[in-house]
Design a protein around this ligand. Structure first.
Ligand code: FAD
Ligand code: UDP
Length: 370
C-alpha cells in the first residue's frame, strides 16, 4: 500500500511525487508511455537532445518554481527568439521594433507607435468601446491589419483548423508586443533549457521513486484503485469519467524528425512558417537550444492536425462549448474525495511548464502540509 498513486510521469506528476517523497510519503508513479517526462520528454539522436513532442522552452517569473527546477539540473542561457517566414520574407518575433522595422521601416519607438495606432484605427471604430470577442478582433486591436495579415492569420488558421474569428481571443494574448529591439519571445524574469535535456530534469525529480512505465491506469483500474490511499491523476479528465458527457476537444500535432548530414540547417532553433500553402507551422533545429557544435543536425517539422480518439492530445480548445463541457467534468472531479486532478489534461488548461509546476507545488502544500 502506497500513500499516493500518481498517474502520469509528466511535470505535474513528477513535482508532486518529489515533494511527497521529501515529506516522507510513499509514492508509486505510473505512465502509459514507455518513458517519463510527459510532453517535455527529450531523447538523444546524433548526440543532440531532441524535443520529441515539440519545442519546449522553460520560462517563468515565479522564483520558487525557478529555484525548484534549478535544484535538480543547471539551466543554460537560451532565450527563445523565433523567426517567422511569410511570403518569402523573414521577420523577428515577437512583435517588436525589429518586426516593425521589417514591416514598415520605422526606426524609433514613436514612429512605430504612430504606425500601430494608425493600423488599429479600423478595429477601434468597429468595436466602439467593447472588448474584442475573438482572436481576429484581439489581434487587430493589438497590432493592426498589416501584422495580422502577414504574421498571424494564416499561421493561426493552420494551427487551430478554424477561422480567426471563431477562436477565443485568449490564444493571442500570450504574445508580447513591445517597443524595444528585443526578440525575446517571453516577458518572464527567468528562461533557459535544462542542460542535458528535460528527461534528465524529470529523472532527477523522480530519483528513488518507483516508476512503472507502459502502464495504463484504465487497463488496470480495479487493482490500481486500491494500491494507494490517494490518487493524483494527470491524464485527460473526460477519460477518467468514461467520457460520459462526451469527449473534450483537442488540437493534435504530427512531428516529422530527420537527421541531416550538415552542421547548421536554419541558423535558429525555431522558424515559423506562416503561409497557408506550407502544411507545417514550425521547423525546430534542436541543437540550437543548447548551442550544439555537433557535425550533424536534427530538425523536426510540426504539422497541426485534427484530434480524434487514439491521437495525442496536445492543445486544449478552450472555447465556450468545451469550457461548458469541462465544467461538468470538473463538478464530478470535485466530488471525488480520493482523487486529485492536476496538470494540462486533467485541468483542461493551456498551461506552460512553470504553471504546471506551480499548481503541483500548491497542491502538495495543501495536501502534505509543507
Ligand atoms: P503531460 O506532460 O501531458 O503528462 C501527463 C502524463 O500522463 C503523460 O506522460 C501521459 O502519458 C500520462 N497519462 C495520461 N493518461 C494516462 C493513463 N490513463 N495512465 C497512465 N498514464 C497516463 N510549455 C512551456 O512552458 N514552454 C514551451 O515552450 C512549451 N511548448 C510546448 C509545445 C507543444 C507542442 C506542447 C503540446 C506543449 C508545450 N508546452 C510548453 C506545455 C507543456 O508541454 C505542458 O505545460 C507540460 O508538459 C504539462 O505537464 P503535465 O504533467 O500536466 O502533462
Ligand atoms: N501565432 C501566430 N504567428 C506566429 C506564432 C504564433 O499567429 O508566428 C499565434 C497562434 O495563434 C498561436 C498563438 O499565437 O496559436 C500562440 O503562440 P505560441 O507560440 O505561444 O504557441 P505554442 O508555442 O503554444 O504553440
Amino acid at each position: 500500500m502506497f500513500d499516493y498513486l500518481i498517474i502520469g510521469a509528466g511535470l505535474f506528476g513528477a513535482t508532486f511525487a518529489n515533494l511527497a517523497k521529501k515529506a516522507g510519503k510513499s509514492v508509486l508513479v505510473i505512465d502509459k508511455r514507455p518513458h517519463i517526462a510527459g510532453n517535455c520528454y527529450t531523447e538523444t539522436i546524433e548526440d543532440i537532445n531532441v524535443h520529441k513532442y515539440g519545442a519546449h522552452i522553460f520560462h517563468t517569473s515565479n522564483k520558487d518554481v525557478w529555484r525548484f527546477v534549478n535544484s535538480f539540473v543547471e539551466f543554460n542561457r537560451y532565450t527563445n527568439s523565433p523567426i517567422a517566414k511569410s511570403k518569402g520574407r523573414y521577420y523577428n518575433l515577437p512583435f517588436n521594433m525589429n518586426t516593425f522595422n521589417q514591416m514598415w521601416e520605422t526606426a524609433t519607438p514613436e514612429a512605430a507607435k504612430a504606425k500601430i495606432e494608425e493600423q488599429k484605427a479600423e478595429i477601434l471604430k468597429l468595436l466602439k468601446g467593447r472588448e474584442p470577442e475573438n482572436l481576429e478582433e484581439q489581434a487587430l486591436s493589438l497590432v493592426g491589419r498589416d501584422i495580422f495579415e502577414t504574421l498571424i492569420k494564416e499561421y493561426t488558421e493552420k494551427q487551430w483548423g478554424r477561422k480567426c474569428n471563431e477562436l477565443p481571443a485568449s490564444i493571442i494574448k500570450r504574445l508580447p508586443v513591445r517597443y524595444t529591439f528585443d526578440n525575446n519571445y517571453f516577458n518572464d524574469l527567468y528562461q533557459g533549457i535544462p542542460c542535458g535535456g528535460y528527461t534528465q530534469l524529470v529523472a532527477k525529480m523522480l530519483n528513488g521513486i518507483e516508476v512503472r512505465l507502459n502502464t495504463d491506469f484504465f487497463e488496470h483500474r480495479s487493482e490500481l484503485d486500491c494500491v494507494a490511499e490517494k490518487i493524483i491523476y494527470t491524464g485527460p479528465i473526460d477519460e477518467f469519467f468514461d467520457c460520459q458527457f462526451g469527449t473534450l476537444d483537442y488540437r493534435s500535432l504530427h512531428f516529422e524528425t530527420e537527421a541531416l548530414d550538415k552542421d547548421n540547417f536554419q541558423g535558429n532553433a525555431v522558424v515559423n512558417y506562416i503561409d497557408a500553402d506550407i502544411p507545417y507551422t514550425r521547423i525546430i533545429e534542436h541543437k540550437h537550444f543548447e548551442f550544439g557544435q555537433q557535425t550533424k543536425t536534427v530538425i523536426t517539422r510540426e504539422y497541426p492536425q485534427a484530434w480524434s480518439l487514439g491521437k495525442e492530445r496536445y492543445y486544449t480548445v478552450n472555447d465556450e462549448k468545451n469550457s461548458a463541457l469541462y465544467a461538468k467534468y470538473k463538478a464530478l472531479a470535485e466530488r471525488q474525495s480520493k482523487v486529485i486532478f492536476g496538470g494540462r489534461l486533467a485541468e483542461y488548461k493551456y498551461y506552460d511548464m512553470d504553471d504546471v509546476i506551480e499548481r503541483a507545488m500548491a497542491v502538495a502544500k495543501r495536501e502534505l502540509g509543507i
